[in-house]
Unconditional design. Structure first.
Ligand code: GDP
Ligand code: MN
Length: 381
């Protein structure tokens, strides 16, 4: 899970990492109020979960509350890389002398958290790593030792900070590592870490990726995830514990097993159409899960046909069939459903579905062809 910049900065502050003064604004009037209360020029920053907002026009500077209100009105109407801007972070605009880079990320190959620092901050760090790797300093952290002051100084030494700032840097590096470890983050990145004109260090931007599998022990972060989720289908799917990703095509897919789901999506593409979603109902799914999955798929107005592809192993075809029947009764779908149901208890499953208004298929390619034709209005039920 990704956190919004303002959420990430609040976490940084919990670890005594300095951030600019600021507040979130959801309207131009609120942006004006925040700018007025800060009493100085502000930066207005679109809160969207993509990188490179600056280049995409998602960051505006404003000298007065009037200008902040106008800039907020413009930003709140924008889309940044296809995402609507619902909130702005309005912060004091800090005069910056130099932009540095500092991050902690999980290095899976090394099985360690790794810290990276660079004097070339503000820009795309992957680009720096490719073009001038000598400008990057790495520290693989021994989990038994952690980040000691001498490690932090090793990271900070190439940044030519001077002794007072190096001490600030060391505290930030140690705080960042503690945060990554305690908050189960894959990545915590400060880019830029600004050296301000008045000679301090300040986290101007913050990016955090949290391990979803750890959210059960990070209840405050899990609550943020709820707040950040904007796709209604994905929210509904998560509430039912379904493995669902919303896509842009028009054929809804319900499949057991991630590999089979991928294959199903590929074959839909091969027959000239596109999947509306990825949905893996998992192994041994009960009828209730099938109903919940179909409910999510059918609540997407883009869906013109549904393809249910079940290869029964641990999953029992009769159980899935009962779920389909229940869903047909409860939801009364307006679009055609294509069903391929093979494997464990196949005959029982087929018998349960015999009287239903469904398009049945035996092979996957037959099922995909029928779904593509049905979505185009070429097949009735
Ligand atoms: P990103 O483009 O999504 O990574 O957004 P950032 O928060 O990193 O901002 C991009 C750039 O905008 C930074 O590298 C800075 O150059 C500039 N910027 C952002 N906030 C401020 C600020 O408060 N003061 C100044 N002077 N520049 C800022
Ligand atoms: Mn940035």
């Amino acid at each position: 899970m990704k956190l919004q910049e303002y959420q990430a900065k609040q976490l940084l502050a919990q670890y005594q990492i300095p951030i600019p003064c600021g507040e979130v604004a959801m309207s131009p009037a609120e942006a004006r109020r925040v700018a007025a209360s800060l009493g100085r020029p502000v930066a207005l920053k679109a809160q969207v979960l993509v990188g490179g907002r600056g280049k995409a026009g998602g960051i505006q500077l404003a000298d007065t509350p009037d200008a902040a209100e106008a800039a907020a009105a413009a930003l709140l109407q924008k889309e940044i890389k296809g995402l609507p801007v619902r909130a702005l972070l309005v912060e004091e605009a800090v005069p910056v002398a130099q932009e540095l880079y500092l991050s902690v990320m999980l290095d899976r190959a090394a099985q360690r958290l790794t810290m990276i620092s660079s004097a070339a901050g503000g820009v795309d760090i992957e680009e720096v790593a490719r073009q001038s790797p000598e400008r990057i300093t790495r520290l693989r952290v021994d989990p038994g030792v952690g980040v000691r002051a001498y490690h932090a100084r090793h990271l900070g030494a190439p940044l030519s900070l001077g002794s007072a700032l190096l001490a600030e840097f060391s505290a930030i590096a140690q705080g960042l590592y503690a945060m990554a470890l305690e908050r189960d983050a894959f990545l915590v990145e400060i880019n830029p870490l600004a050296r301000t004109a008045d000679g301090h260090l300040l986290a101007l931007d913050a990016k955090i990726l949290v391990d979803d599998n750890a959210l059960y022990r990070q209840p405050d972060l899990a609550a943020l995830q709820e707040a950040n989720e904007t796709d209604p289908q994905e929210r509904q799917a998560r509430q039912h514990g379904l493995n669902y990703v919303h896509l842009s095509g028009d054929i809804g897919c319900m499949v057991n097993g991630a590999g089979l789901a991928m294959a199903t999506m590929d074959i839909i593409q091969a027959y000239g159409s596109a999947p509306a979603n990825f949905l893996d109902i998992g192994g041994g799914a009960r009828a209730e899960v099938v109903v919940a999955g179909l409910r999510v798929i059918l609540s997407d107005p883009q869906v013109k046909a549904v393809l249910i592809n079940i290869f029964g192993g641990i999953t029992r075809c009769d159980e899935v069939a009962r779920g389909i029947v229940q869903a047909l009764q409860e939801i009364r779908p307006a679009v055609p459903l294509v069903v391929r149901l093979v494997g464990t208890n196949e005959a029982e499953g087929q018998a349960i579905l015999a009287e239903q208004r469904l398009l049945m298929a035996t092979t996957l390619s037959e099922a995909a062809q029928k779904a593509v034709a049905a979505a185009r209005g070429g097949l009735g039920r």
